[in-house]
Design a protein around this ligand. Structure first.
Ligand code: NAD
Length: 417
């Protein structure tokens, strides 16, 4: 994933005509932390895991990014995802830099008590480098509001009441209305603009999802409410399809109880991976990175791909989609709704004030719409695809902020806003 993120960076850096040293400064992480986590296991033994936090860039504000609990978590993955956060916060123009991290573990093998202990130990080891004005974690794959609440509590034990140290917290613990569904809502807003561009409409639109967790399920619910038919959903265990459209509220209820879509009786079962090449108009990868590759890209039937997941498309697949005239809405635009409402949550925390849901959804709509328009404009004026345009916009803004902190002129980046 690190190679891929550097490839996309360099493609945009070429458009910006960035010198070698500038590229080095913008890609090298500010700080990388790796910690050992030893905690009690339910069977009286110990668990041993490694935790990571990569802080990529803070030229535009405190660093921001999720925590992932997954066996794939390592320093390279965290570095790649942290850099994506830097460009993402710049694309939606919120006052943050980028970070990412997590714990290399398999949460399916851990009890809630074990997860709780591991989380608190991790916070104990990284507490000096996170904080409301320094680095603010948030939920990502296999982490949720409950875990964010534990993080706030553990950090506050050391530094006093600090709700702004983490976002995505429970509503009754200084979380924000609308945060839970924010990423899925942002994905839906980005698709709404793409549909207009492509002269397509929601009514009867056939959408397939890989992943039905926080992001996938909320995006599916909102798209179905807009008139789309969610024809197939695949997850880590299996898939379920219905050409008439799956009943999304019923599927959400089923997944809450069973932690998978497998076995849902409102459709036909299929092998999970097949969802990527499903006969549909729109494909929403909302699970892991690196799933759309040169092996399957030619078989993708969708006309629009909305990257709800981080890094789902390899450069070779991206090239194939470009040739096939498939519109790819890149992750750093499509899934930026989560970090945007995290920003609103943090703003409420430091103001000690609560915003109404309508205000949050309205501001989110405006933020994603503005970002979409800016990316579309940059794509047109530079004659590049949407991903390159989003990187150009994000990198240009970060480069300007970095240079504005020095005596070097920023004028060469003026056209990138
Ligand atoms: P989640 O843990 O809530 O859900 C993950 C989903 O992916 C589940 O449905 C799971 O079954 C599925 N999955 C896991 N492994 C799979 C596999 N091998 N094949 C098919 N499906 C698989 O996670 P989430 O928060 O919904 O995050 C999903 C993606 O969205 C990640 O790439 C994450 O980085 C990205 N993202 C999340 C947020 C957020 O606010 N949660 C924000 C931006 C981006």
């Amino acid at each position: 994933m690190l190679e891929e993120s550097k490839y996309y960076f360099n493609k945009a850096a070429d458009v910006l005509n960035l010198p070698v040293l500038g590229r080095k400064i913008l890609t090298t992480p500010f700080r990388m932390v790796k910690v050992e986590i030893v905690s009690d296991a339910d069977n009286g033994q110990f668990h041993h895991h490694l935790g990571f936090r990569v802080q990529h860039d803070n030229s535009r504000g405190p660093m921001k990014g999720g925590l992932r609990y997954h066996p794939s978590v390592d320093a390279d993955e965290a570095e790649a995802l942290a850099s994506l956060m830097t460009w993402k916060t710049a694309v939606v123009n919120i006052p943050y830099g980028g970070a990412k991290g997590g714990i290399n573990c398999d949460p399916e093998q851990l009890s809630e008590k074990e997860l709780h202990d591991i989380t608190r130990t991790f916070v104990g080891h990284i507490k000096e480098v996170i904080g409301p004005n320094l680095d603010i974690p948030a939920p990502d794959m296999n982490t949720n509001s409950k875990i964010m609440g534990w993080i706030m509590d553990e950090y506050s034990k050391h530094y006093g009441f600090s709700p702004g140290v983490v976002t995505g917290k429970p509503l009754h613990l200084f979380g924000s209305d609308g945060r839970e569904e924010a990423t899925g809502r942002g994905v839906t807003i980005a698709l709404e603009h793409a549909l207009k561009d492509k002269d397509m409409s929601w009514e009867g639109l056939r959408v397939a999802f890989q992943g039905f967790g926080n992001v996938g399920s909320h995006a599916a619910k909102l798209m179905a409410q807009n008139g789309a038919k969610i024809v197939a959903v695949g997850d880590h265990k299996g898939g379920v399809s219905n050409p008439e459209g799956l009943d999304i509220p019923a599927l959400m209820k089923y997944v809450k109880e069973n932690r998978t879509v497998e076995g849902f009786d409102g459709g036909d079962a299929f092998k999970s991976d097949e969802v990527l090449t499903w006969d549909c108009d729109v494909l929403v990868p909302a699970a892991l990175g690196g799933v759309l590759t040169k092996e399957n890209a030619n078989d993708v039937a969708a006309k629009i791909i909305v990257e709800a997941a981080n890094g789902p498309t390899t450069p070779e697949a991206d090239e194939i989609f470009h040739k096939k005239d498939v519109l790819v809405i890149p992750d750093i635009l499509a899934n930026a709704g989560g970090v945007t409402v995290s920003y609103f949550e943090w703003a409420q925390n430091i103001q000690q004030f609560r915003w109404e849901l309508d205000r949050i959804n309205d501001e989110l709509y405006k933020t994603i719409s503005r970002a979409y328009m800016s990316v579309a404009k940059t794509a047109k004026s530079n004659n590049v695809d949407f991903r390159t345009a989003a990187f150009v916009l994000g990198i240009g803004r970060v480069a300007k902020a970095t240079m504005a902190r020095t005596h070097v002129s920023t004028s060469r980046f003026d056209e990138f806003g």
